[in-house]
Design a protein around this ligand. Structure first.
Ligand code: CS2
Ligand code: MG
Length: 406
């Protein structure tokens, strides 16, 4: 069997997605997500202009050799653009492998290790009361875990609150989408408010629901240690991205001061970005994803390393990761021994129509389909109805205008 065509489809059903579609000489096709929010065209060009010609003629079943061919062959290794491009190709090849084998991909990854994939939803609110109410709604819908974010008094906008599309992710304002909107941030206001949010959530919802919170890279290690300590009475399942992840030494300080579980990794693109955090048990959950960490081939290596150190998976699953990524993630989540949680922000109906899939939500869990491959595809006609729209994520400044972390 040989690869004959590598197509890169950019479509924007409410937000941009990049999909790799690989065709073989025996007519088998596979799809892979290659979306990098706000930098989509960089990945599309990497695939179209630098990888496609190298892939035609290759044996699609040689997934490991192809992965190393693209990783070692790039010379300029790692980074989100390179690893997202490799991820798109790798995921499409695993889809083909499953179809050729006549098995759902999780069967090729060790078989079913659990009945379903426990997910968490995103509760939020402009006030603490609204956030508590929203969290209760998710629990009523059967979710067994919920992330809770609320607006910060005195701040016009806060990550994860308001200004979001119906899909619950970051709305694009087409008028100025090419230029990021600027938000204002105040760390002290956030640190003062957040313990009160979780005090209210636990008072109203009780001690059992699994609660998560995303700091979104905005604290120093000492500020994060303070927040972690103040949240200890509320027993979070995880505090996410407490500090920017470049200087990982900061996690040692954090770990010395709080038992609040830590999750990070959605911005990581390789095992080398998280090896120290895992090996020193500085985190409890690793959030790397199929689409941004080199595909199924590399992600399973990260999770296998994590399993050695009792670190569990907690893959990112915002709506800027397409249903193709989510379907692939669910196959990995279904098979690995150290599964923790899977993020699940529901895509819009338009997105689901562009990416027909067989996974489904039931009883607080997502369940993969049993058909050969990943159980997801791209409807090329529908995708063509939604041309690319320039879009970028917001940026953050402090009240004095200092450029900060978004
Ligand atoms: C967030 C994401 O879901 C999360 O945990 O960190 O929504 C993140 O902001 C976006 O995926 C960025 O594109
Ligand atoms: Mg996050």
């Amino acid at each position: 069997m040989r690869i004959t065509d590598v197509d890169v489809v950019v479509t924007c059903p409410g937000r941009n997605f990049v999909t790799v579609r690989i065709t073989t000489d025996e007519g088998v096709t596979g799809v892979g997500d290659a979306t990098l929010n706000g930098r989509e065209l960089a990945v599309a060009s990497y695939l179209r202009d630098h990888l496609a010609a190298q892939l035609v003629g290759r044996d699609p079943l040689r997934t490991d050799d192809t992965w190393h061919y693209l990783y070692r062959g790039a010379y300029w290794r790692r980074g989100p653009v390179t690893m997202t491009a490799i991820a798109g190709v790798d995921t499409a090849l695993w889809d083909i492998k499953g179809k050729v084998a006549g098995l759902p991909v999780y069967q090729l990854l060790g078989g079913r290790a659990r009945d379903g994939v426990t997910v968490y939803g995103h509760a939020s609110g402009d006030t603490v009361e609204a956030a508590v109410e929203d969290a209760a709604r998710f629990l009523d819908e059967g979710y067994r875990a919920v992330r809770v974010q609320s607006a910060i008094p005195g701040l016009e906008s806060t990550y994860g609150i308001g200004g979001v599309s119906t899909a619950g992710t970051h709305a694009y304002e087409p008028a100025d989408a090419a230029v990021p909107t600027e938000n204002v941030w105040d760390t002290e206001a956030y640190l003062d408010h957040t313990p009160r949010l979780f005090e209210a959530v636990r008072r109203e919802l009780g001690p059992l629901p699994r609660l998560l919170h995303d700091v979104h890279h905005r604290l120093t290690p000492n500020e994060a240690a303070r927040l972690g300590k103040e949240l200890e009475p509320f027993h979070l399942t995880w505090l996410e991205d407490p500090v920017p992840a470049e200087l990982q030494d900061g996690y040692r300080h954090l770990r010395q001061h709080t038992t609040t579980p830590i999750a990070t990794g959605e911005v990581f693109s390789s095992i080398y970005d998280c090896e120290l955090l895992i090996r020193e048990r500085l985190i409890d959950y690793i959030r790397t994803t199929v689409v941004h960490a080199g595909g199924i081939t590399h992600l399973r290596r990260i999770f296998d390393l994590a399993a050695l150190y009792d670190v569990r998976s907690g893959s990112h699953g915002a709506t800027d990761l397409s249903p193709v990524c989510l379907a692939a993630a669910l196959h990995v989540d279904t098979a690995i021994p150290n599964f923790g949680l899977q993020e699940y922000m529901q895509h819009t109906p338009e997105t689901d129509a562009v990416f027909p899939h067989s996974y489904h939500f039931e009883d607080g869990m997502l369940h993969v389909g049993e058909e050969p491959g990943l159980g997801v595809d791209i409807d090329l006609e529908k995708a063509a109805e939604y041309p690319y729209q320039p879009a970028s994520l917001p940026v953050n400044r402090l009240r004095d205008g200092t450029m900060f972390h978004w």
